[in-house]
Design a protein around this ligand. Structure first.
Ligand code: G4P
Length: 530
């Protein structure tokens, strides 16, 4: 198969949702279609349940499983599908944001009863800013939920999207009869007797065909006809170009648990979802078709075995082929590195591969060379963009609880920050270290891992901050900037890449500061998204 054919064959995407909307169940059903797993339940164990908060063994166990399921690859209809796992747990949201830099499209799962939820809003916003093509899957149609039109409205309003349904439900919950597929023009009947729906799909090219009434009953047929007329009147026709540019989001309805509407979703996905897309580097845009290899690290996973401190760096291939035992330039370190055992991922296992193509993810064993966001190339100096840090929501001082182990503690903190577990800020005034996280759970993970992997002990102390605001020193008026720095000295810190950050203690003080020093611009991410 030629290089171009290999690229065309690939679809790399992520599934995003609020916890419990059905992401895990849908992932599993997709894998079953690909023949990648034999039974349901295989992916399920990967979930980081809320109860994990104080159960360290559980966190460890799940870290282990999540290495294996970080990338789930399978082949369906001669298409190589790579699903990148995105943790649904709010405390791991940053991990999800970073993973979204490595996907070419996403499927958004929404619970028909709950509608658009908080976490979905945040994740979709990131995708929208990056113009990532999105397909929406409204799940749990076997249960009572919101009216389909109301839900489509809610999606447009709350998520700021332009949708067009490609399937439409016939009834719902107890009265759920199936789905009309506008994309394929057929009716897919739902039989609730069997939990594992096998599928009876009947072609109905024209909904005025009386056959429809005999299939779903006259009343339902009439309602469906009216609904489809409304759909046609209200929503734009599907356009693949508009979908690919992020301007139109097709919507499917189904029930992942009963495996209903999943095949339709997958078939449509395979036919419309983008092949690996070009990616912007600081220097230029890079096309997947380019022969020279380039890729970037979007995730780092620590080894489970504390005796071997090596880690697995996940690299998304942007262009060219990645080959085993070939020297590549680590751009940040300006150093050539060779990898003798790059891993490729399959449904439940990883294997050493010789050649990988754009769209693929390779896992590289790393002894501390990589940071999230690093670029690897065949030789060109490129810096891929778009892995920003977001302002943390929690801030605490980290103290050394065992003076004999200071070196281990700093090494541990350093490496955990490179993995993206949390963010480190060093106060300008006294050099004290502050850890910022998205969720409180990370503090426990950090403490546990410092002790078990580095033999260091830490304690925390509250630091009252509301937000981390990154400051662009180059655009501020010099006088204003130095006055601001003098007055706010106590609240200034440097992040890990030496950028100046203002740790505002409250929303009020942030507003006052903005008013007082208007030329000092604050950003809530370490770089502009996009
Ligand atoms: P998540 O990864 O998005 O967090 O959601 P997950 O797939 O784990 O699904 C959350 C719950 O919703 C699960 O129930 C799952 O069985 C159920 N679910 C998923 N899809 C459907 C669907 O189409 N219809 C219905 N009725 N339920 C669905 P649970 O009780 O929390 O877990 P479990 O005990 O079933 O494992």
């Amino acid at each position: 198969m030629s290089f171009t054919e290999e690229i065309k064959k690939r679809r790399t995407f992520g599934i995003i949702s609020h916890p419990d909307a059905g992401k895990t169940t849908l992932t599993e059903k997709l894998l079953l279609y690909g023949g990648a797993i034999q039974e349901a339940g295989a992916v399920k164990n990967n979930k980081i349940k809320k109860s994990a908060t104080s159960d360290f063994m559980e966190i460890e166990r799940q870290r282990g499983i999540s290495v294996a399921t970080s990338v789930l690859a399978f082949t369906y209809n001669n298409t190589k599908i790579n699903i990148l796992d995105t943790p649904g747990h709010k405390d791991f949201a940053e991990d999800t944001f970073r993973t979204l830099t490595a996907v070419d499209s996403v499927i958004v799962v929404i619970d028909v009863a709950k509608g658009v939820e908080e976490q979905t809003e945040k994740l979709v916003e990131v995708c929208r800013m990056r113009s990532i093509p999105m397909i929406v899957f409204i799940n749990k149609m076997d249960r009572e939920g919101k009216d389909a039109f109301d839900l489509l409205d809610e999606i447009e309003q709350k998520l700021n999207l332009h949708v067009t349904p490609l399937s439409f439900p016939i009834g719902m919950g107890y009265d759920f009869k199936g789905i009309y597929n506008l994309f394929e023009q057929n009716v897919n009947l739902f039989t609730s007797q069997s939990k594992q729906y096998k599928g009876e799909t009947i072609a109905i090219n024209d909904v005025s065909d009386p056959k429809l009434g005999s299939l779903i009953g006259e009343k339902s047929a009439q309602t469906l006809r009216e609904n489809l007329e409304l759909v046609e009147g209200v929503y734009p026709p599907f356009s693949r170009d508009a979908y690919l540019s992020g301007d139109l989001q097709p919507v499917f309805f189904g029930s992942a648990l009963t495996n209903f509407g999943v095949r339709e979703l997958l078939d449509c996905f395979v036919s419309i979802a983008p092949t690996p897309r070009p990616k912007k580097a600081d220097e230029r845009e890079v096309s997947p078709q380019e022969k020279e290899f380039s890729g970037f690290v979007f995730k780092i996973h620590a080894n489970m075995d504390p005796k071997h401190r090596d880690r697995l760096a996940f690299v998304k291939i942007v262009s060219g082929t990645f080959e085993r035992n070939t020297p590549y330039l680590h751009v940040r370190l300006q150093k050539k590195l060779k990898f003798s055992s790059p891993n490729a991922f399959f449904a439940e296992k990883k294997e050493i591969v010789d050649v990988s193509y754009p769209g693929d993810i390779v896992g590289l064993h790393d002894t501390g060379n990589f940071k999230i966001g690093d670029t690897l190339t065949s030789g060109e100096t490129l810096h891929y963009r778009g892995i920003p840090n977001f302002s943390p929501e929690h801030f605490r001082y980290i103290n050394n609880a065992d003076p004999m182990k200071a070196k281990q503690l700093f090494k541990g903190i350093d490496q955990l920050m490179d993995e993206g577990v949390a963010q480190l800020f060093t106060l300008e005034i006294n050099g004290r270290k502050i850890i910022g996280t998205v969720g409180a759970l990370q503090y426990e993970v950090i403490q546990y891992r410092l002790e078990h992997e580095y033999g260091a002990k830490c304690s925390y102390e509250n630091f009252a901050a509301y937000k981390a605001c990154w400051i662009d020193e180059s655009t501020a008026k010099p006088d204003e900037l130095s006055e601001f720095k003098r007055v706010k000295q106590k609240f200034l810190a440097k992040d890990k890449s030496d950028q100046l950050v203002f740790l505002a203690d409250s929303q009020f003080s942030l507003q006052m500061t903005q008013q007082k020093y208007p030329s000092v611009q604050f950003r809530f991410t370490s770089e502009k998204v996009g």
